[in-house]
Design a protein around this ligand. Structure first.
Ligand SMILES: Nc1nc2c(ncn2[C@@H]2O[C@H](COP(=O)(O)OP(=O)(O)OP(=O)(O)O)[C@@H](O)[C@H]2O)c(=O)[nH]1
Length: 297
């Protein structure tokens, strides 16, 4: 049987166009955290879509942007090395914003990856009128020759099956699946937990604070006597003033963060969780090669 398709697909686009939300919607599970803050995604996260006739491995990448810090530069080079390896690139533009210089910049970069097939995805069509969507499809079609142009909404589940089968069709045939049938991601447990915590902190913080956040896990300990898992996490910020904001009056904010993050973590682990989050200052870590290394970038 040679009609099983399997391969790697990456969604690219400006920050905040809905790449992570789309990844989660296609996988059917939260493998990538999302937020309304630009540049939420910092790693290439793999989400795996299983179908009878194929396996789609989605590599979620940070949004491409002009870097302002060393972290920004590392994120951009992560995108570049990821795109060099994928079979299909899905270029995402939102239906509710006109194509601008940021989109053109990314579209031009796609020439550097001749091996990958290219499809355009118009995202968030639930937010725009039929006419606006039609105009956006036309504008996108003028950027280059695409294998397909597909309008979707990840939050309203519009055309997601169409997108999956289009992507599947463009993947190479494979003698066997690349991942086991029950895998939804290749992210490790610690990384997924850290990301859930970062997502919870991102809710409600503003300005440059979202970029200053990093989370690491010291320990995950199963208790012998009870069905509880103890998780010890560190939340890094860059300045003392940010530490105060994140902790909140009398620790109120950080308690809320813990309660919010515990929900997806307990779902993931299938047990009750005691979550300890210690807030620490790592001064200007986004610009410091040593600290970036320690935080996993
Ligand atoms: N209305 C609507 N909102 C969406 C849709 N998809 C994503 N969003 C919202 O758009 C925002 C950004 O979504 P993300 O998935 O985090 O965007 P991203 O492109 O991965 O962003 P970065 O990680 O910054 O690159 C979030 O607030 C989402 O809820 C959609 O189909 N419809």
């Amino acid at each position: 049987m040679n009609d099983f398709h399997a391969g790697f697909v990456s969604f690219v686009g400006r920050p905040n166009v809905g790449k992570s939300t789309l990844t989660n919607a296609l996988v059917g599970e939260k493998v990538a955290i999302t937020s309304s803050k630009p540049q939420t995604t910092r790693r290439a996260i793999r989400g795996i879509v299983h179908q009878k006739d194929g396996q789609l491995i989605l590599v979620d990448t940070p949004g491409i942007h002009r870097p302002r810090t060393l972290l920004g530069e590392r994120l951009n080079s992560l995108v570049q090395s990821t795109l060099g390896d994928v079979d299909v690139i899905g270029f995402c533009v939102p239906a509710d914003e006109k194509i601008g210089p940021g989109d053109r910049f990314i579209n031009d970069q796609l020439d550097e990856y001749p091996r990958a097939k290219k499809v355009a995805i118009v995202t968030k069509i639930d937010t725009a009128s039929k006419q606006a969507v039609a105009e956006q499809l036309l504008a996108v079609s003028e950027l280059r020759e695409w294998e397909a142009i597909i309008p979707i909404s990840a939050t309203s589940s519009i055309q997601l099956d169409t997108l999956t089968s289009e992507l599947m069709r463009l993947l190479p045939t494979s003698p066997a699946p690349l991942y086991p049938a029950d895998a939804v991601t290749d992210e490790g447990l610690e990384d997924r937990i850290s990301e859930y915590i970062r997502e919870a902190v991102l809710e409600g913080v503003e300005d440059e604070l979202p970029h200053s956040l990093a989370v690491t896990i010291d320990d995950i300990i199963e208790r012998d006597d009870k069905d509880i898992v103890d998780i010890y996490a560190n939340l890094f910020v860059e300045r003392d003033s940010q530490k105060a904001i994140v902790i909140g009056k009398g620790g109120s904010r950080i308690r809320e963060v813990g309660a919010t993050a515990r929900v997806p973590i307990e779902k993931l682990i299938g047990k009750h969780v005691f979550l300890s989050i210690r807030v620490k200052v790592a001064k200007d870590w986004q610009r410091d090669p040593k600290q970036l290394g320690r935080l996993g970038f």
